[in-house]
Design a protein around this ligand. Structure first.
Ligand code: HEM
Length: 143
């Protein structure tokens, strides 16, 4: 009786440890970015950098930056494996007609990296997030 209970508990703990490990592997980038609070900080640092960047700031005049910040938070959370839902528009649809160039795309990606650096995100997680954004270039750049 004692043995089987011990075995059962042992099996349960093993299962939990395995599931825990799988979960940790999936959301490692999300954790590396500091979870939801960390992503909020990154976006709050990123937005003013975008608005001050002479290479791209004109694109963001008359844009609802509060909405943009919320959508970016959701998007970064999902992309990094966090427990979120992206409620914004498709990348192709929202950037269509904005005539975004490769240089502008790179400028924005650079600002994001500066924001992550300022917030103190480890470079391996900075790179993970940027790597997730890179394939979006073909949907965003139209010029
Ligand atoms: C990796 C690159 C980029 C990502 C991940 C990204 C992501 C997003 C997201 C999530 C939204 C909000 C969508 C929504 O409201 O439903 C958005 C909107 C917008 N993005 Fe980007 N973006 C990128 C690059 C750029 C670049 C390079 C520019 C211009 C220089 C730009 C200009 C805009 C503008 C103006 C809006 C607002 C459009 C509107 O409200 O009508 N984006 N972007």
């Amino acid at each position: 009786m004692t043995t089987s209970l011990a075995k059962l508990v042992g099996a349960g703990m093993l299962a939990m440890a395995t599931l825990g490990a799988a979960h940790a592997a999936d959301d490692a980038t999300f954790q590396g970015l500091g979870g939801k609070a960390g992503i909020k900080k990154i976006v709050a640092t990123f937005i003013p950098l975008i608005q001050a960047d002479p290479r791209i700031k004109e694109s963001f005049t008359d844009i609802d930056m509060k909405n943009l910040a919320l959508r970016l938070e959701e998007q970064f959370c999902v992309l990094s494996g966090g427990p979120c839902e992206y409620k914004g528009k498709d990348m192709k649809e929202i950037h269509d007609g904005l005539n975004i160039t490769n240089a502008q795309f790179n400028a924005l990606a650079e600002d994001l990296q500066i924001a992550m650096e300022q917030v103190g995100i480890a470079s391996r997680y900075q790179n993970k997030l940027v790597a997730k954004l890179a394939p979006m270039q073909r949907d965003i750049v139209t010029k």
